[in-house]
Ligand binder design. Structure first.
Ligand code: SF4
Ligand code: SF4
Length: 220
C-alpha cells in the first residue's frame, strides 16, 4: 500500500490561491485506507474549501486514480463539473496526481505527501516495508527487508552498532533488522540462509529513471 499524509492546509490553500473553482478527486484504495483521500476526507475538504471562499464544482473518489482505465471510468460522469473547475485538488499519491494531469489535462494540485510503500498494522499505524528495489531478497531474509529496516541497508549483518538486539541508529530505540532476520530464520528452521554471504547489490538499474515494465505496448 502507498502511504500518504495530508499536506498542511496552509500549503494546500497557498497552491489553490489563484483558483476559485475547484474539483476534488479522492482515491478509493490506498488514500482511503490511510484516511487521507477517502469519501470522508474528500467531503471534509470540500467543506473546508467552501469556508475558505472557494467554489467546489464537484468531487469524486476514483477507485484507483493511478490506473488510467479506472480514472477514465470514474470521472466520465463528472465531466461537466471537472470542466467547470479551474483546478483539480488531488487527494491521491503522486502516481495518482500524475495520471490525473495526463488524462484530465487540467491543473492539478497535490493535497497529499506520498511517504512510502508500507504495511498497515491498524488504521493510523503505518510502517515502511519496501523500497521497490526491483530485486526482492525476502526469501533469503525470512521476509524481513534489510534494505528498508536496516538504516544502513546492510546486506550482511548485524553491524558493530548493534547492542542487545537494538540498532544504534536513532539511539537504540528500534530492533536491529538483522537480529530480527536471525530470529525469524531460526524460527523457520532456515538459519543456513542467514549464514550465506549476500553479495553487494547491483543498483545500477535503479539509477535508470523512470523505471518501466511494458509487456504489451498499446497505441496512444
Ligand atoms: S528486497 Fe526489500 S526493497 Fe527490495 S523488493 Fe524486496 S521488500 Fe522491497
Ligand atoms: S544495528 Fe542492525 S539495523 Fe542498525 S545499522 Fe547495524 S545492522 Fe542495521
Amino acid at each position: 500500500m502507498i502511504i500518504t499524509q495530508q499536506k498542511p492546509l496552509e500549503e494546500i490553500l497557498k497552491m489553490l490561491e489563484p483558483f476559485s473553482k475547484v474539483f476534488i478527486i479522492g482515491c478509493g484504495t490506498c488514500s482511503t485506507v490511510c484516511q487521507t483521500g477517502g469519501e470522508e476526507q474528500v467531503e471534509q475538504m470540500a467543506e473546508t474549501l467552501k469556508k475558505e471562499g472557494k467554489e467546489v464544482t464537484g468531487s469524486v473518489v476514483v477507485e484507483a486514480p493511478c490506473d488510467a482505465r479506472l480514472l477514465r471510468r470514474d470521472t466520465r460522469k463528472m465531466k461537466k463539473a471537472i470542466e467547470e473547475s479551474e483546478a483539480l485538488l488531488c487527494m491521491t499519491c503522486g502516481a495518482g496526481v500524475q495520471d490525473i494531469v495526463q488524462h484530465l489535462k487540467k491543473i492539478s494540485v497535490p493535497a497529499l505527501n506520498t511517504k512510502f510503500l508500507g504495511q498497515i498494522e491498524r488504521i493510523g499505524e503505518f510502517y515502511e516495508r519496501c523500497r521497490a528495489c526491483g530485486e526482492c531478497i525476502l526469501y533469503e531474509t525470512g521476509g524481513i527487508c534489510p534494505i528498508v529496516r536496516c538504516p544502513k541497508g546492510m546486506m550482511n549483518g548485524p553491524c558493530g552498532g548493534m547492542f542487545e538486539g537494538k540498532c544504534e541508529v536513532g539511539g537504540y530505540q528500534r530492533d536491529c533488522a538483522w537480529v530480527l532476520i536471525y530470529n525469524r530464520l531460526k524460527e523457520l528452521g532456515m538459519l543456513d540462509l542467514y549464514k550465506s554471504y549476500k553479495p553487494p547489490r547491483d543498483n545500477s538499474q535503479l539509477n535508470i529513471q523512470p523505471r518501466e515494465i511494458v509487456l504489451v505496448k498499446t497505441r496512444r
